[in-house]
Design a protein around this ligand. Structure first.
Ligand SMILES: Cc1ncc(COP(=O)(O)O)c(C=O)c1O
Length: 464
């Protein structure tokens, strides 16, 4: 039983000491600070702590018990009532940034959200063992304040692993741990802003987090249209930009792959102009019927900032990501005092993922996942071909989602809403004149694909 309730009678409202004690206690219960079931100290103890006479608290406890906030049992002490007389406030939305379909829609029947990996096959046992190993073996001195760019062995492992898997070229000193791609963005814009970057090209349509993070950093986002080969470097040149953010391996949300001539043109532009490229390599580990596309960073480590995370490889709930910086920017950072906020994930979690990567567990998991995702994708392709045979599919060669193109006259927003209403959350392309649906299949078992496609076809027809 904690006897210190942190009641501040000086800050409380009320004329008399008794009124203030009541008010402070009531607020502590109403705000939820004292949770239901919490045992209050005896009035004598609390009176001693607050420097008031015991009678004040006897009265306050009695009043609040009468109001239903406290529960008093003879000989059993006083506890915060389990059902306070006031109605509880609604729970806040834990992630207000999520698309509304995921928070307001009815129960999900087929989860077609394009941003999730298969959450049903997260390697729970392997993760638990890795964390246990780390917690058991980490030396005491490693439990102090850690380097803001991450644990040294994890940075070294990342440099080698990203080199092997994605063709990334970087020394460990250029690699940092982030709390996923999203939580690394403030650091990216901070570093580039300090280098004079003001106008940043972003893909349109694109991942909303990029535009949001630019706005938060006070930088200007310049939308660049995306076609079947990604963004067009001609637009980049025309807009006189200082930097461009791209998803070269699998554009979100169109699924386009940045055409090879465009990759080289972007790199040349950046080098000539002293500009920068941000490569968001969020789901590049998954490709099915095309040659692997290496990272843009591997082509030009001097001008590309590379961002990735474990969100698609393992699960977003790990909140573990990485950032690879050109050597010059990494040097800028080392010289900074104070350090900009980097959102570094917990060191013990970094070490656990390091352990899994070093043991080859993550490679094994990816191998299994690639087979699973290919089967799920193929099942969805077949089912969509049967249920909506006139709608072309795009962007299906890689990643965890595909795009179903809709007829030009289709009302994309109404279809997305109708699908959500039927328990099929997914996203629209949100590109004027080019309606389409971005459909995730990571969480759609093969056996469920025909039913999901039939339900989707019904949603498309109902919105006609
Ligand atoms: C384009 C894009 N980038 C990055 C991510 C991953 O973000 P994070 O690493 O913050 O989970 C996603 C997830 O959906 C995405 O769609």
């Amino acid at each position: 039983v904690s006897s210190d309730l942190h009641l501040d009678l000086d800050a409380a409202t009320g004329r008399s000491l008794r009124a203030r004690a009541e008010w402070a206690l009531r607020e502590a219960v109403r705000s939820g600070r004292l949770a239901p079931g919490t045992r209050l100290p005896p009035t004598r103890t609390l009176a001693g702590q607050l420097g008031v006479s015991r009678g004040v608290l006897v009265d306050a406890y009695a009043q609040l018990a009468a109001e239903g906030y406290l529960h008093t049992r003879r000989g059993g002490g006083t506890t915060v009532a389990r059902a306070p007389s006031t109605a509880a406030e609604p729970e806040p939305d834990p992630d207000p940034g999520r698309p509304s379909a995921t928070t307001t829609a009815p129960a999900i029947r087929h989860d077609l959200r394009p941003t999730l990996p298969a959450v049903d096959v997260f390697p729970r046992a392997a993760w638990a063992s890795a964390l246990t190993r780390v917690v058991r073996t980490v030396p005491d001195e490693r439990l102090g304040y850690a380097h803001p760019l991450g644990e040294p062995e994890w940075r070294a492992t990342l440099a080698a692993w990203l080199g092997r898997r994605r063709g990334v070229r970087a020394a460990p000193a250029q690699v940092g741990a982030t709390g996923s791609v999203r939580f690394g963005l403030p650091l990216v814009w901070d570093l580039l802003g300090a280098r004079g970057v003001r106008r940043v090209g972003i893909e349109a349509p694109g991942w909303p987090r990029i535009a949001e993070s630019l706005a938060a950093a006070g930088l200007e986002a310049v939308p660049l249209p995306v076609d079947g080969g990604g963004i067009d470097p001609a637009d980049v040149i025309r807009h006189r930009l200082d930097a461009v953010a791209v998803t070269p391996a699998h554009q979100f949300p169109t699924g386009a792959v940045l055409a090879s001539a465009r990759r080289t043109a972007l790199v040349s532009w950046a080098r000539e102009q002293g500009a920068w490229l941000l490569e968001d390599d969020y789901d590049a580990e998954y490709r099915y019927d095309r040659q692997p596309v290496g990272s843009l960073q591997g082509l030009a480590p001097d001008v590309v900032l590379y961002a990735g995370s474990a969100s698609k490889i393992l699960a977003p709930a790990l909140r573990l990501g990485w950032l690879v910086l050109p050597a010059a920017l990494a040097a800028d950072l080392e010289g900074r005092d104070p350090w900009p906020l980097t959102g570094t994930p917990p060191p013990l979690d970094q070490l656990a993922l390091d352990d899994l990567v070093v043991r080859g567990e993550v490679d094994r998991h990816l191998r299994r996942q690639r087979t699973r995702y290919r089967r799920r994708r193929d099942a969805l392709l077949d089912a969509l071909g049967a249920a909506l045979p006139t709608c072309p599919i795009e962007g299906a060669a890689a990643g965890l989602f595909l795009v179903l193109r809709l007829p030009a006259v289709a009302d994309e927003e109404a279809i997305v809403a109708a699908a959500a209403g039927r328990g099929l959350p997914l996203e629209g392309l949100r590109t004027p004149g080019r309606p389409g649906l971005t459909i995730g299949y990571a969480n759609l078992p093969e056996a469920a694909a025909p039913a999901a496609a039939a339900e989707l076809a019904a949603a498309v027809r109902s919105a006609d």
